[in-house]
Ligand binder design. Structure first.
Ligand code: 6U4
Ligand code: NA
Ligand code: NA
Length: 156
């Protein structure tokens, strides 16, 4: 079995707008995405990691962090790990979004989300999460730009 890597992903939604971050380095560089990263397992909870990464990457603290589910990612070639991404949304926060070494934050209208410049899986589940539903999904990529197959289910 592949080694599992636990990650977080947080989206802030406020007044028909969503905060995205342009990733400036590392995994997913050049894409708009939510904020998140690796959980330091044994040293923090998944929610603590979600808050820490949000703070580190754009300077915000979520005040109503809500779980939206789990998304598994496998990459046939580039990466030999199973990513287990814990998805969260928040509508209340403290702080002001600011550029950091890792991310350039920007607000987008909810009806103008730049899916073409995001991970190709996002269009399949982000609308569901924005609608307030929880989901579980599993994507298999044949390369970084191509989904080979996926499953998605809504959770109660
Ligand atoms: P460093 O640079 O070591 O601090 P860290 O911030 O811990 O890294 P990073 O940025 O590599 O971790 O985390 C990857 C981020 O990308 C996580 O928020 C999960 C997210 N992610 C991974 N695969 C994704 C995919 N296919 N679609 C998506 N987000 C994905 O929307
Ligand atoms: Na990150
Ligand atoms: Na990070």
């Amino acid at each position: 079995d592949k080694k599992r890597k636990i990650l977080t992903l947080v989206f802030i939604v406020e007044d028909k707008k969503i905060l995205l971050g342009m990733k400036k380095r590392g995994f997913g560089v050049g894409k708009w995405n939510g904020f998140g990263g690796k959980v330091d397992v044994g040293k923090e909870t998944i929610e603590e990691a979600a808050q820490r990464e949000l703070q580190e990457e754009c300077g915000l603290t979520a005040l109503d962090l809500q779980q939206r589910g789990i998304i598994f990612f496998e990459f046939e070639k580039e990466i030999d790990e199973l990513f287990e991404v814990h998805l969260f949304m928040a509508t209340k926060y403290s702080g002001t979004a600011a550029e950091t070494e890792e991310m350039l934050p920007e607000w987008y209208d909810l009806d103008d989300i730049p899916y073409r410049f995001m991970w190709v899986d996002d269009k399949h589940w982000l609308p569901i999460a924005i609608a307030g539903k929880n989901l579980k999904a599993h994507f298999v990529f044949s390369d970084m730009k191509t989904i080979k197959n996926f499953e998605l289910q809504l959770l109660a």
